[in-house]
Design a protein around this ligand. Sequence first.
Ligand SMILES: [Zn+2]
Length: 282
Amino acid sequence: MEASKFPLWIAVLGGIAVYSVLLEFELRSPLRRSVESKLTRNVRNLTIAGLSAFAVNIAQTAIAMRLAALVGEKKWGLLGLVSLPLWAEVVLAAVLLDYTLYVWHVLTHRVPWLWRFHVVHHVDLDMDASTALRFHFGEMIISVPWRAGQILLIGVSPLSFAIWQSFLLVMILFHHANVRLTLEIERSLNLLIVTPRMHGIHHSTIREDADSNWSSGFTLWDWLHGSLRLKVPQKEITIGVPAYRTPTEAGLLRMLKLPFVKQKPSWQFAEGDRPAHMDSNT
Ligand SMILES: [Zn+2]
């Protein structure tokens, strides 16, 4: 099957459609008040995203899709060991890819040289659907060997990989969006997937918050690892990283250079103090 051609269209068109719908909701009913101009930030984030998309296209898609084709053909990996109906194979591949992405996300926070790249995603002073695409191109390139390992170990076919990529794109656009849903809707969705309030906590300037809610698609992984954090009042959340608090520090060129320059201690302000919740029990 020509899975490498067809789903890319689905992902791109679907991504644009979902982004447009979310943008409309963001303008009508925002969850958080913005610090910077939305237009300035979106142009900056989409520029960073454009460079990443280029890296993804030349590195990830070329390598990952070829590897997936080989894995599918040779029946390598865990899913190659069992004979499943197509739908079950696709669902299982997506679940296992989602879990191994959770592990990768934890590593990007825990391993200092990976954090140098991932911090660019977190420095954004506001969070909306454009933040979902704001990844340094270096992070995209570094993630290629991990992605290759996921495909090989799990035994992901090109079709499963393409469907998962589309699912992931929709999920990350949604949970980064600055969209106000009722708390009841969020809590119901949280039984299965990551929501805007939940992921906002991960983008908080408070380290304990940022060290939670690492899931990208299904919340199951945060439940299982005890890293789920929901009871943080939204009004107590400031989006960003304490070491970089001004629009100048979060500017485009600085962001592109950030992984390659001397790092400031991320989780404290320039003056040395750390942000904390008003009530430290929350
Ligand atoms: Zn993160």
